[in-house]
Design a protein around this ligand. Structure first.
Ligand code: EPZ
Length: 416
């Protein structure tokens, strides 16, 4: 089992390039199922989840030409519209195959994703939306079995904002007969990036980035080329690490426009943040100030940055209240941060973080992707050595994180 060994206390400094976005790459790769012509995707992050998605597509009969940060997908001979349990259990985002398969092949069998560390995470809105488009859906032996002659356009109101739900239904609607209107749709930048890729494939979509997306169905989509947007959560993680270590870091190829809420909070914490078209420079002189926050769907403060800001608040001046509104169980990192000496009380969906001068190294365990990022940030600040266990969680969403942090001066190494 691989672990990270980190000796804290070094202010991060230097430049790092932001990789492609995991949460844009996954739906974009799944979109290849919508066309018989090749989809070439560039700026693809080198991550375990991306490899799982490509493996899933190959199992269905998609031909994949994979290069370090690019992939060409040819779904002209899909013969097995099935997303098997053993892959879905490792990556919930496999659900993103459901919409495209049902729309193009009239049938799909996708293993029902179970709960996960951060919450129950049902997919009822994905299913309800497809049923509204005329799909027949049955749950058989733990699989969602969807069938439809041709999906029909529909007006779909989603009572909770769901990112992959919006993406699944938007993809399905591209090949439906007539117009589909998605109301209370997710406005996340990754949804917009997917829409841009679909439009490049010939889809008729408008309103992406707003809470009402309108899709005019077409008979078929053609091939296209698309470069995945940079990862705003990876960028935010580097910024929070720079602030917590009182460092000075420049991010190149950064998705500046999609980081307003995060940058606002970093400035509130006392960081100096300079932005340009595709870069962000941050420096933190002195001890950060405590910042309270409440997670919300985009453009609100991202839930995927909550854990990293709890780590930042652990060594800040003052007390912060952090409220998680998206997932019901997303404070698993708190118990581990307490092992480093952090003062955190949790009541319901709010954590009260009393900042202290410094943390002390210990062995901690990662429980999910963003929780592991918060433990890495805390370890970069702590005195002595911290060992972070179960870093396979980290590898799902961060490409070679220890090498890139080491380039910024961190004393970090992967140990078996
Ligand atoms: C996406 O997950 C991201 N994953 C998550 O990132 C992110 O945390 C989340 O959006 C919120 O921003 C990918 O894009 C692959 P949701 P998703 O559906 O789409 C409830 C990371 O760290 N809900 O927007 O699965 C749900 O339970 C990951 O990179 C229903 O009730 O999240 C949650 O409370 C973690 N019924 C809320 O909506 C449904 O059918 C938002 O979930 C669907 C969702």
């Amino acid at each position: 089992m691989q672990k990270l060994s980190i000796h804290g206390g070094v202010p991060l400094s230097g430049e790092v390039r932001v990789a492609g976005a995991k949460n844009a790459a996954l739906p974009i790769l799944a979109a290849s199922l919508l066309s018989a012509a090749p989809l070439r995707v560039a700026n693809v992050p080198n991550l375990n989840d991306v490899r799982t998605m490509i493996e899933l597509l190959k199992r269905m009969g998609v031909k994949a030409k994979v290069q370090p940060h690019a992939v060409e997908l040819d779904a002209s001979s899909v013969d097995e519209p099935v997303a098997p349990y053993e892959l879905v259990k490792t990556m919930r985002a496999s659900i993103l195959a459901l919409g495209p398969l049902t729309a193009r092949f009239g049938e799909a069998r996708v293993s029902l994703p179970g709960g996960c560390a951060i919450g129950e995470r049902p997919v009822d809105l994905h299913i309800k939306g497809l049923e509204a488009m005329g799909a027949k859906i049955a749950i058989e032996a733990g699989y969602i079995h969807a069938t439809a002659k041709r999906l029909q356009g529909a007006r779909i109101f989603m009572d909770t904002v769901t990112v992959t739900g919006t993406e699944n239904l938007m993809m399905a609607a591209c090949l439906a007969q007539g117009e589909t209107v998605l109301e209370n749709a997710a406005r996340e930048p990754e949804v917009v990036d997917l829409a841009r890729c679909l439009i490049a494939m010939g889809a008729r979509i408008r309103g992406e980035g707003t809470d009402v997306i309108v899709i005019e169905g077409v008979h078929k989509l053609h091939g296209a080329e698309h470069a995945v947007m940079p990862d705003r959560i990876e960028a935010g993680t580097f910024l929070a690490a720079a602030a917590a270590t009182r460092g000075h870091v420049r991010l190149a190829e950064a998705p500046v426009a999609s980081l307003d809420a995060v940058i606002d909070k970093l400035r509130e914490a006392g960081a100096t943040v300079k932005t340009a078209a595709r870069s962000i420079e941050i420096s933190m002189r002195g001890r950060p100030r405590a910042v309270g926050l409440r997670t919300a769907p985009y453009p609100g403060f991202p839930t995927d940055m909550q854990a990293q800001f709890i780590a930042l608040n652990c060594v800040a001046e003052g007390t912060a209240f952090v409220t998680e509104t998206i997932f019901e169980n997303r404070f698993m990192h708190v118990q581990e941060l307490r092992r480093l000496g952090a003062h955190i009380e949790v009541e319901g969906n709010t954590a009260m973080v009393q900042g202290i001068e410094s943390l002390a190294g210990a062995t901690v365990m990662a429980t999910d992707l963003r929780a592991s990022a918060s433990l890495v940030i805390a370890a970069l600040v702590a005195t002595g050595e911290t060992v972070v266990d179960r870093i396979y969680h980290l590898d799902r969403g961060y490409e070679k994180i220890e090498a890139r942090l080491a380039e910024l001066g961190a004393r970090i190494a992967r140990v078996s």
